[in-house]
Design a binder for this molecule. Structure first.
Ligand code: AMP
Ligand code: ZN
Length: 482
């Protein structure tokens, strides 16, 4: 089966073909930086990451632009409230965003444009729309005239009879969904409540860009007039992406993005996690509760991107167990190569091939990660059974085939490398001491001195180290803070 995606534009599954052979250009709406992005935002960003990684897995070169919205109603409001500049307000949240991207192991995008660096290009786009008579000026602001753009609302499947052109909305926040009207491109005129936090000169007098304009400009400036894939959360279909299409296509008379992919929301207690509702966790909150990034990532990329995912701590516990199972198989495989020339053959290479086939079939089908993970975990179960049968030893080439399959699938999921990194982050000195204590405990148990074994367990627990006894020996991990 060929790679296919559910295109919001047509509401159908479509085979994917890039404009330029072997190269995909994609644009993602990034965070609005007036607070630290929460794990709901990261669910969407991780979906882009899986998309990007899978395109690379299929052999595409990917040029990915993930913008930073550092000027809009929210950032301006918060800067005014804090009595600070837009720059000083947003800088710490931008830094936090990059920190969390790195912690969750997202592949870096090729570019992270900030809206405030593209104001001249935004003014140019408004001028083009003006020249093409798709925009008009009123009270120092410039509006897009949706009555001049017959395709308006296609992405959101707006009912044309309900579209009310000629009514203006000058604020992003006041722009209610399912109420299509002429939207603002450039906000001029008097806005005393915004002070001088965000004011640029323009042919229409001082003002600032509308939010939708920003993404149109960053996407087309950096990726060209027609791009392959545009992504974001479902809440952006209308009005944000609908208006991006009107602006970009209105200005160039060509299609803007060929495939529109939208991620469903992360919920908490069955409600959308959002900054405004205040019902959110950040990555830092979860790390503080003892959940490592590999586990957070595993949970956030566990479900199909078009299904909602309800966030729970139990879900995180399950995710932790599945990361452990993966680590355990990798440890077993790494210890498995035997040197004897007469080792009996195992089914590891055959299982590896089958797993990769099912993985590709699942992921080709609109990134069905749930089934993709299924392929990986069936392999974990079967490879463990095969290793049990072979008393944990197999020929090196067979073990390599198995390890390569795990590595290949994880090059898309991106969990194992993160988990490995977290283990490596334990300083050598501490690791040496833990290993030494574990060896002492094993000796005590061998000698039947269970009181001493227990006291060593408590000593380790006191140092924040938890021991788990498994058939393969004792393992340790950092305990979660109480
Ligand atoms: P914002 O910072 O609000 O501009 O959002 C950045 C991205 O996160 C957008 O693509 C949103 O659609 C997405 N987003 C916001 N809330 C959630 C959520 N609860 N679950 C998934 N994605 C979300
Ligand atoms: Zn955007």
């Amino acid at each position: 089966m060929a790679l296919r995606f559910f295109n919001t534009l047509t509401r159908t599954l479509e085979d994917f073909a890039s404009i330029e052979e072997g190269h995909v250009r994609m644009y993602t709406c990034g965070p609005t930086v007036y607070e630290r992005p929460h794990i709901g935002n990261f669910r969407t960003f991780l979906f882009d990451d899986i998309l990007r990684r899978y395109l690379a897995w299929k052999g595409y070169q990917v040029t990915h632009v993930r913008n930073i919205t550092d000027v809009d109603d929210n950032t301006i409001r918060e800067a005014v409230k804090a009595g600070t500049s837009l720059h000083d307000l947003t800088e710490p949240f931008i830094a936090a965003f990059f920190e969390d991207l790195e912690r969750l192991g997202l592949k870096p995008a090729e570019q992270y444009p900030r809206a405030t660096d593209y104001i001249p290009q935004m003014i140019e786009l408004v001028e083009r729309l003006h020249t093409r008579q798709l925009a008009y000026e009123a009270d120092g602001s410039v509006y897009f005239d949706i009555s001049k753009f017959p395709e308006y609302g296609r992405l959101a499947q707006l009912d044309k009879s309900e579209i009310r052109a000629g009514m203006r909305v000058s604020s992003d926040e006041a722009y209610e969904k399912q109420d299509a009207r002429d939207f603002v491109l450039w906000k001029g005129g008097e806005r005393p409540e915004e002070g001088d936090v965000a004011v640029w000169d323009s042919p229409w007098g001082p003002g600032r860009p509308g939010w939708h304009l920003e993404c149109s400009v960053m996407a087309t400036t950096l990726l060209g007039e027609t791009i392959d894939i545009h992504t974001g959360g479902v809440d952006l279909i209308f009005p944000h992406h609908t208006n991006e299409i009107a602006q970009s296509e209105g200005a160039c008379g060509c299609p803007f993005a060929r495939y529109w992919l939208h991620a469903s929301h992360l919920l908490v207690n069955n409600a959308k996690m959002s900054k405004s509702a205040g019902n959110f966790y950040t990555i830092q909150d979860l790390i503080d509760q003892g959940y490592p990034p590999s586990v957070i990532r595993r949970l956030l990329v566990s479900a199909h991107y078009r299904t909602e995912l309800n966030f729970t701590l139990e879900g995180l516990e399950d995710a932790g167990r599945s990361v452990e199972r993966l680590m355990e198989l990798r440890r077993r495989l790494e210890a498995a190569p035997g040197q004897a020339s007469d080792l009996p053959a195992t089914r590891l290479p055959e299982l590896a091939r089958a797993a990769l086939e099912s993985f590709e079939e699942a992921m080709d089908d609109d990134l069905n990660v749930a089934e993709g993970w299924g392929a990986l975990f069936v392999f974990v179960r079967d490879a463990n059974a095969e290793l049990d049968r072979a008393a944990g030893v197999a020929a090196e080439a067979e073990v390599t085939a198995a390890l390569e399959a795990v590595k290949s699938m994880d090059s898309v999921f991106g969990v194992l490398d993160l988990a490995e990194r977290e283990v490596d982050e334990v300083p050598d000195e501490l690791r040496g001491w833990i290993e030494d204590r574990l060896a002492a405990r094993a000796r005590a148990r061998e000698n039947g001195d269970y009181a001493r074994a227990d006291s060593i367990r408590e000593e380790l627990a006191g140092a924040g180290i938890e021991i788990e006894d498994t058939p393969g020996g004792s393992r340790w991990k950092r305990a979660k803070p109480a």
